[in-house]
Design a protein around this ligand. Structure first.
Ligand code: ADP
Ligand code: ADP
Ligand code: MG
Length: 555
């Protein structure tokens, strides 16, 4: 049957009601006979940033590639010859899209496009950062922008030696340096820390000069909120079809997306809203530091660590992880978060201090920050998950529900892990790490490349696993909303990136968030409707008032 007949998707996640019959006439593109189909398009606006929000596999990249002129839309026609531009232009008659496509066809639009998966770049580009940026620099701003974002430290490095975050920054700077009038950013915040995300958001917003179109796909909602003037929501059945919503104001768009109902189109996106309320602290036994640890079982502790790497030193005070507790770890890139995680995992030996397991034969499950397909066995997703814990494949088990069904991994089971996209690989790696029976779960940036629902799904799965197994989890996270949502306590790592870092003692979430934001010099308020954190514009009334009261995190 037709994919549009779906009333309740088999994953129990997406409900589509009242799909208009005339939608078929609004097909924009289809990849082959049984391929993914996109309906409608986002509308680029001159001088504004248009954000795209929606699940992975609903056509965001496809829409961007069409608007970038990289993919000629076939209007859903996969047989009988592809349409000419005249027909395509006619289709969008009377809308702003017609004007846009007219300019595109007439060669009046120059497009600069930051692709989604930055780690693919070193395979295609060779050379040093400085030379690559110089080549991209049509506006004569590249070196200055690069300095502003701290790339000057790696000017002489070969692209192949860059970290994910450095690659991301280099590509964003390269795109901003183009003399273009269409700027497209497909997930600009992956691998960036919070400060870098905000800096990038400001630079991207600055590209929306008069006459220029800017479009952004972003899953970190605090960033999307900060950068966009308008948002379109993409919905549908991931992998089968996607529909682009009408434009919403940014705040309303994000809120209706979280609430799961699009009023302008009368479409329900999912059964339940995404809420940011955690169980009340009173309901939990009191715990040191005001956390809400489910048990007092100490799992692993550390005292006075000093870890010395070539040119970088990490130190710590004294601390411990408790059963049933999730610790969120936050701090800039290069400050030693991964180093701390690897020290707890026993992969790095401290020169001073020690890591103390409190349980016998401490079992550690570790999801590293970067997962390169080449480093994986040539196996299927099913084999990888089964090796982690066969119970994850048992239909009806809670592990299966949380990690396979909710994460939509059932569709990927037959695929070979080496052929997966970045987001798919991340989900498999996180599911495998959480499926393993362990006392401590160490998850280094589990939300990179995941969409909002997947991020929330992972956060929920972490909480459930930690509570069920009375295990502890340490989660390195740069998405403010997810950091707050997943954490019982927050641990900050501070210092000088690349030189030295200090692991602070875990603190209650509010206090930790407040200090984190104070260090970043930004203030955050709470959205009345959804409870999500929103960044205040610098110098706004709320920003000034909260600063004066030292209330950096008013959530
Ligand atoms: P998003 O950016 O929202 O994750 P995409 O536009 O990348 O979504 O992909 C939407 C769907 O189209 C996915 O199921 C993807 O596998 C499919 N798709 C993307 N590119 C192609 C292609 N060149 N050929 C066939 N299918 C494709
Ligand atoms: P974060 O996870 O906070 O981004 P990392 O712990 O990965 O930071 O890195 C902290 C610093 O230590 C960085 O400057 C990094 O280049 C350096 N570093 C990491 N691993 C090694 C190593 N094996 N040898 C030398 N330096 C390293
Ligand atoms: Mg790291």
């Amino acid at each position: 049957g037709c994919a549009l007949c779906v009333k309740a998707c088999p994953f129990d996640a997406i409900y589509i009601v009242n799909l208009p019959m005339e939608l078929e006439e609004e097909a924009v593109h289809r990849y082959g006979v049984n391929g993914f189909k996109l309906f409608r398009l986002p509308i680029p606006r001159e001088g504004q940033v248009v954000g795209l929000l929606g699940r992975n596999g609903t056509g965001k990249t496809t829409a961007l590639r069409i608007l970038a002129g990289e993919l000629k839309p076939n209007l859903g026609r996969v047989e009988g010859g592809e349409p000419e531009w005249d027909e395509i232009l006619k289709r969008f008659r009377g809308s702003e899209l017609q004007t846009y496509f007219r300019k595109l066809v007439d060669g009046k639009l120059r497009v600069a496009h930051k692709i989604q998966y930055v780690e693919l770049v070193p395979r295609r580009l060779k050379g040093r950062v400085r030379d690559l940026l110089k080549r991209a620099d049509e506006r004569g701003v590249a070196l200055e922008l690069a300095e502003q974002v701290g790339l000057d430290k790696v000017f002489d490095r070969d692209v192949r030696q860059l970290s994910g975050g450095e690659l991301q920054k280099m590509l964003i700077v390269a795109v901003l340096s183009r003399d273009a009038n269409v700027y497209i950013f497909d997930e600009p915040s992956s691998y960036l820390d919070i400060r870098e995300r905000m800096r990038m958001a400001r630079l991207i917003a600055g590209a929306a000069r008069p006459g220029a179109y800017v479009m952004v796909v972003e899953h970190d909602l605090a960033v999307l909120d900060y950068v966009s003037d308008l948002v379109h929501i993409l919905y549908g059945e991931p992998g089968a079809y996607g529909i682009v919503s009408k434009p919403y104001s940014t705040r309303e768009g994000i809120n209706v997306f979280l609430q799961g109902y699009l009023p302008a189109e009368n479409i329900r996106l999912r059964k339940e809203p995404i809420l940011f309320r955690k169980p009340a602290p009173e309901a939990q036994p009191a715990a040191p530091g005001g956390g809400r640890q489910a048990s007092r079982r100490r799992i692993v502790g550390w005292t006075g660590l000093r870890v010395a790497l070539d040119g970088f030193t990490l130190t710590s005070g004294e601390g411990a992880l408790y059963g049933g507790e999730v610790i969120g770890v936050a701090g800039p890139n290069g400050i030693g978060k991964t180093t701390f995680v690897r020290t707890l995992a026993g992969a790095l030996k401290p020169v001073e201090g020690a890591v103390y397991p409190y349980v016998e034969d401490l079992r550690v499950s570790y999801k590293p920050q970067y997962i390169s397909p080449e480093s994986l066995p040539d196996a299927t997703v099913e084999q990888v998950l089964k090796a982690a814990n066969p119970a994850i494949l048992a239909p009806g088990s809670w592990l299966n529900l949380e990690l396979v069904k909710r994460m939509r991994l059932d569709k990927l089971l037959e695929r070979r892990v080496r052929t997966l996209s970045g987001g798919e690989l991340q989900k498999v790696a996180v599911a495998a790490a959480l499926a393993r029976e362990a006392d401590v779960y160490l998850l280094d940036e589990p939300s990179a490349y995941l969409d909002v629902e997947e991020r929330v799904g992972v956060a929920r799965a972490i909480r459930r696993i930690v509570e069920t197994r009375e295990a502890a989890a340490l989660v390195v996270e740069h998405d403010l909303m997810i950091l707050d949502y997943v954490s019982d306590r927050i641990m900050l790592v501070t210092g000088e990136p690349g030189v030295r870092g200090h692991v602070d003692d875990p603190r209650p979430v509010k206090e930790g968030m407040n200090l984190l934001l104070q260090n970043l010099g930004v203030t955050v308020r709470k959205d009345e409707q959804t409870g999500r954190p929103r960044l205040n514009k610098e110098g706004s009334y709320l920003d000034r008032m909260q600063r004066a009261r030292k209330l950096y995190y008013a959530v």
